[in-house]
Design a protein around this ligand. Sequence first.
Ligand code: ADP
Ligand code: MG
Length: 348
Amino acid sequence: MYKPVLGIIGGGQLGSMLSQAAKKLDIRTVIYCDDPDAPGQHFADEFIFGRYDDYNKLREFCYKIDLITFEFENIPFETLENLNKEKKVIPYPKINKIVQNRLFEKDFINKCDLRTTKYVYIKNIKDLEASDNYFPALLKTCTLGYDGKGQFKIENSDQISKLNLEFNKEYILEKLVNLKTEISVVLTRYGHQRYSIYDPIENKHEEQILKYSEIPAKIDNSILEKSKDWASILAEELDYIGTMCVEFFVDINDNLYVNEIAPRVHNSGHLTINAYNVSQFENHIRAVCGIEKIELKKICDAKMINLIGNDINLYKGKKFNDNEFFYDYLKKEVKEKRKMGHITILKN
Ligand code: ADP
Ligand code: MG
């Protein structure tokens, strides 16, 4: 069978885990990353350090590979488009154009007739002052936010002046959803109506960073079905190939809202490595490299715990039970709020 050499943009934990999954399928990977210390260099067959706008370095990368995928969505769109002229980029760059901007993303979800929280575009302080009917709300930068970065909670109009907002950036104001729970649906699309869909995962965040993910999610069957359905509507509409994740809110009245789309493997899907016969990473590699799809089977219920910042030091060298799996991302430096590793605990 033809096995392409796969280029991966981004060398964090997701790129590392993609490389590991590729190795299992006998596929060579070359990671391109703008961080010389990125952990991906320990897992890929080859590692290239370069900026995302260094076209000479990127060309060098293109010579070595047959196709390109990525571990994060915020690669400059121009870079993706240029790369796509040399070697095919999968998922398609046009998808990044939508999801790189929270406003375009929410407009797209609503165009698909799926519910999001109420939101409005904010370009200056006047817009914000005129939007007090959205409060309590979260003000988010339209671009480049992750793990709660670039987000401001606003309870009432009095707080606006204290925020020190920079209006050289664009924002979206989102009405706060009264959360009962948060879930995510990870799926892999192989082509028209061909899917592997994992069961919804229940997620708990601390300070807007994912801390715990668990299956099965404690949700009604109707929400389970609806969330899987909505995730596949979005994937179909995007003509998505590979693994993606849709984050959802469930409010106290059991209404479902799409929060955001991650066009890539996702932190909440890490438990699929141990809890399913095929992980989200292996599924991604299979779909983008055109390898056959295997029918998905859940092996076990599971819980994943993110090890953030110094948490990791409590687990290094610790003895684990047979049902506990510890992953150290091998990041060079421990930083507060940095995802350093995770543990998956299987339940019988
Ligand atoms: P990020 O790109 O940083 O993951 P999200 O928009 O997913 O940004 O926000 C991170 C977390 O903040 C969410 O998982 C949720 O816990 C909380 N949050 C974000 N937006 C809302 C909202 N509109 N209502 C309630 N909680 C929210
Ligand atoms: Mg999120």
